[in-house]
Design a protein around this ligand. Structure first.
Ligand code: AMP
Ligand code: MG
Length: 300
């Protein structure tokens, strides 16, 4: 926890008064000295303008190791506070083209976070029961409770992505879902659940490399599905569907981020620091302790 860390959780006001410069620096929080990749609400998202190979000044995996570890610690610490406070929560949505790295992101960003406070939900094609309900039903059921972080590996966005590209429902149905999704996410945020959404942006070449390495490596073959080849044929239609989803559904309360993801290590850093920054802005606090605890003696 930089800057804000040492005053957070204190009820003793004198600490702030003794260090007024901290208040000036921290409130409002300074702009970070790195790109955020946020899709500005109300603006058209353009994937062509974000280079999937972007890595800032970092050249290789080793260069981000320390920075990533720092972000992981921030998340661990803030997640503990969020859990203890038990007033608010966070929903993290991960979407990408096939091989985009959703699983790897979860593994690397959340290693070390207390599993009690976190839950990953992965969404495949809906079951018969799920398909018999409104499309948001299964997602709402998996939304995080107060104090928790929920991670959606695929999400309600599939219902305007694969469903649109593969014509699984008519256009007049999927096209009204953007509004339904915005209302759903607004509802979550009004209930104290911050929503943030990451599109892991890889290039078509990079997808080819990753599919090839799944074929070449016997330990990765289980990840390969011939369906991935078929889906790759719809690359442009998917990119278009993603651009529309990101454009229509990036809001102040539930922003989309386009994460350069050709380099896995850079992708992990961007996702981790965005989550940490959002949690820090939420400023979750440990609840006050019972009064008079300093007099308590534990009996032998
Ligand atoms: P995987 O993540 O590789 O296990 O694949 C999950 C599959 O489920 C993908 O092919 C998705 O397109 C598909 N899927 C996820 N959500 C939906 C949905 N709402 N409707 C149809 N297919 C979906
Ligand atoms: Mg797959």
């Amino acid at each position: 926890m930089d800057q804000k860390g040492d005053t957070r959780g204190h009820t003793d006001k004198t600490i702030r008064i003794r260090a007024p410069e901290q208040v000036v620096v921290v409130d409002p929080p300074p702009e970070p000295a790195y790109p955020r990749y946020r899709v500005e609400p109300g603006q058209r998202a353009s994937l062509a303008t974000v280079d999937p190979n972007e890595t800032e000044h970092y050249k290789k995996k080793k260069d981000v190791a320390k920075a990533l570890e720092k972000q992981r610690r921030r998340i661990q610490d803030l997640q503990e506070r969020l859990y203890a406070e038990n007033e608010r929560g966070m929903l993290i949505v991960l979407q990408a083209m096939d091989t985009g790295g959703k699983d790897g992101t979860i593994k690397h960003v959340f290693s070390g976070v207390n599993p009690q406070g976190c839950r990953v939900s992965s969404f495949k094609a809906p079951s018969a029961e799920e398909a018999n309900h409104d499309f948001l039903w299964r997602y709402h059921k998996s939304a995080p409770a107060k104090g928790r972080i929920g991670i959606f590996n695929r999400s309600h966005y599939e219902d305007v992505l694969v469903v649109r590209v593969k014509n699984l429902v008519p256009e007049d149905i999927w096209s009204r879902r953007y509004d339904q999704i915005n209302a759903f996410e607004r509802n979550l945020s009004l209930g104290g659940i911050a929503v943030l959404k990451f599109f892991l942006h890889i290039s078509k070449d990079e997808q080819k490399r990753r599919l090839q390495s799944r074929l070449d490596d016997p330990d990765k073959r289980w990840k390969f599905s011939s369906n991935d080849i078929k889906e790759r044929g719809f690359w442009d239609a998917y990119q278009q569907a993603f651009e529309d989803a990101l454009s229509n559904c990036s809001t102040e309360h539930a922003p989309w981020y386009v994460v350069p993801a050709n380099k896995k290590w850079y992708r992990n850093l961007v996702v981790a620091r965005t989550i940490a920054d959002t949690l820090e802005a939420m400023d979750p606090r440990y609840p006050p302790a019972e009064e008079g605890l300093e007099k308590v003696k534990i009996p032998d």
